[in-house]
Design a protein. Sequence first.
Length: 405
Amino acid sequence: MLKKIKRIIDYGKSKKNIGSKAVKTFSFDQVEAILSNISDGVAVIDKDFCIAAFNQTAANISGYKIEEVVGQRYSSILKIYRNRKLILNDKFIASIIEVNKKKDLGNVSIIINKEGKKVVISGCVSPYKNDRGSIDGCVVIFRDLTKEKEIDVLKTEFVSLASHQLRTPLTAIRWFIEELYNGELGELNPGQKDYIRQVMESNTRMVKLVNDLLDVSRLEAARIRIEPKFTDLTKLAKDVVGYYLPVARANNCQVIVNDPREVLPKIKIDPSLIREVLSNLVSNAVKYSQNKTGENRVLISLAKRRNDIVVSVKDFGIGIPKKFQRRIFQKFFRADNVAKIDTGGTGFGLYISKLLVEASGGKIWFESEEGVGTTFYFTLPLSGSEARSGERGLVSEEEGMSAKI
């Protein structure tokens, strides 16, 4: 077992050798001590897809003894799943060995241990070389996220409960303020009406924040139901644009849906969820299309690829500064140049969009240059989204699109 690990460590040290300076190699006892004290699970897999080495942490996570797994086919021990689908198989390992590139397992992977229980893990898989410099297998490094996920669940449940408790009185306040503003309790003078208008706007922002918190808690807990229906994506995009035309005109912005070069097939998705994604992207694009050249346009395009449909939303606005781009899908995050334009944002829109696209089986990403513009892309599989039962849909869906605008 230790020979493989020692060879990997010694090879790595030799690659770091500079000039004629000698590099001391580790003894087997030192390698064993290193492995035993690593807090992450370590599994070495050879070119035959068999487990060549396994440390004690890996044994604790998997439930197997070290002597039970060494020499066994890795797929019979490391049963790792992602989104209900097996992601670690011979093809996956072979691709890592072939391209000689590290790959992450992600934070939503699950390992089935010896007792058949699910253990949430994260980690990575990296190829390693032999003494001759050729790829000899790969190393899987993983850690148990069970405790972290339990804490996340508690936080999500707290946010959900607190948001529910806030939503009812906020809604009641909105009704009373509307009655007062509309003169149903007596006429207001212009100064009083302006004060009430400001209260209404603040209340609307609070309701939106609470609704976003509820949506996030439901999405993170996978409680949102998904009801796929055959949907014409081009028509859905044009419907969303129709809702935003008044906002676009107010911003002197033209929103255009480019007709696809070929007729796109209808695919089974939940239209209410994808409508929310498009709404968030179009809303942002219109809001931040403040190009100095006066080219205030938003272009929406759809195209069929091999296994999916790609939707893009392009603006010619302020763009996203490079230093902020890696954080753009984080919840609560808002770039400095965005916050100056829209002080009432919550920092949830893109995070919610990412969760919705991934729940629908797709991916979302973007390209941006500050001062030039931004293009957001997302994909949806031609095979359609998987149905999922849940207690309810999005709060924004319940509130209605017109109220959101």
